[in-house]
Design a protein around this ligand. Structure first.
Ligand code: IMP
Length: 370
């Protein structure tokens, strides 16, 4: 029985795609367990380079079953676009290898609208989280508020329209207070019609399929997105994403028991990056930071947003090791440090309470104290 979790040990962009790719040569099933199109995994297999935001990183491996787990939030337009792009590139059998959990939540146009309106309003007061504006936060909010719409509901569009109308009624005050106008439920459903026709055949019980695969001795990989310090519980809250990115989230997001997981592999770069706002104790705003950005190509794989860069932070890594139960670490991008006269590593923090070696996540809540 073998299920391995691959988890980002920093603020995302650790090079998980590359490590996942090495592992998937041996994996029969790969399950992505959290997040949505806020991720951007760059894949290169046999010279074929592709950025995927929703599909698991194993999509280019013809023998691998790819599962989008119920912990994910799925933008149907993005997903169908990715499937079509892969089919165009010759991966004709992709849909037969793909399983979309019927319990994942749908990102709908109003989620993206709210994310954008909020970020724009927050930017005006310098309080923006710097989200990817893909609707991630509002979709997870709908999930916990119990007004979300799940992929399985694409099977019955008449019912879906009623569910969307109820969600829009709940969001109306927010949208209007931010200066937006509430979209029409019927128009949303009409736009969903062709997408539903493509996605409904892919729907299934991802939990059952994943558990069966593990029980029958298949090698299963549980692929994380974002990173530990962006996790909604364990990250630098509130400058986090809205999902459970840590290894514990793999059990929930894939729908398996935690005892089914045999090991956890953390991925870290030899230095640190983060995208968006929030604390970053080892950040470098100088020529060395620019070296890391340029040599490491630290620009968002989807948006090309420049990433913030800094030295490797060992207390943060140690923290990630603890909250994930990391059994092994993969270190990426060591070569980016080549040519630097001096390489520094953070081993402790000086805080108002003295020197500490555990990540003072509470102090970090206020970036001015970082
Ligand atoms: P959201 O996930 O779009 O809501 O963004 C919340 C925060 O997580 C922002 O600071 C984003 O920049 C960050 N974030 C989300 N996904 C990624 C990722 O894949 N890599 C790095 N940062 C990310």
């Amino acid at each position: 029985m073998s299920a391995v979790v691959i988890v980002g040990a920093q603020w995302g962009d650790e090079g998980k795609g590359k490590i996942v790719d090495i592992y998937t040569e041996f994996a029969e099933v790969v399950v992505r367990y959290a997040g949505g199109p806020n991720a951007g995994h760059t894949l290169v297999v046999n010279g074929d380079k592709l950025v995927v935001r929703l599909l698991p990183s194993a999509v280019l491996r013809p023998q691998t079953r790819c599962v989008l787990g119920q912990g994910m939030v799925v933008d149907p337009t993005v997903l169908v676009g990715e499937i079509d792009e892969l089919i165009r590139r010759g991966h004709k059998d992709l849909e037969s290898r793909l399983l979309l959990s019927d319990r994942a939540h749908l990102i709908l146009p109003y989620h993206i609208l709210i994310d954008e309106l909020r970020e724009n309003a927050a930017a005006a007061s310098n309080k923006a989280i710097g989200t990817t504006k893909k609707g991630i936060g509002p979709t997870y909010e709908d999930k916990v508020r119990r007004t979300g719409v799940r992929t399985g509901e694409l099977k019955d569009l008449a019912k879906l329209e009623a569910r969307i109308s109820a969600a829009l009624a709940a969001w109306k005050p927010t949208i209007e207070s931010l200066g937006g106008s509430v979209p029409d439920a019927r128009e949303i459903v009409n736009a969903l019609r062709p997408l539903a026709a493509r996605l409904v055949p892919l729907l299934g019980n991802a939990s059952l399929v994943t558990d069966e695969a593990i029980k029958t001795g298949k090698r299963v990989m549980l692929e994380g997105a974002q990173g530990t310090l962006l996790d909604v519980d364990h990250g630098t809250y509130p400058y986090v994403t809205s999902s459970s990115a840590v290894a514990g989230g793999a059990a929930i997001g894939a729908g398996i028991g935690p005892n089914r997981i045999s090991s956890v592999i953390g991925i870290t770069k030899a230095y640190t990056t983060r995208v968006g706002g929030g604390p970053f104790p080892t950040e470098l705003n100088d020529a060395t930071g620019q070296h890391l950005r340029d040599v490491g190509d630290e620009y968002g794989s989807v948006t090309r947003r420049p990433r913030r860069t800094g030295w490797l932070d060992l207390p943060a890594l140690n923290y990630a090791s603890r909250v994930n139960g990391i059994d092994g670490l993969a270190l990426t991008k060591l070569d980016v440090l080549t040519g630097l006269d001096e390489i520094k590593i953070c081993v402790a923090y000086d805080t108002p309470e003295g020197r500490v070696t555990d990540l003072p996540i509470d102090l970090l809540d206020d970036p001015t104290q970082a």
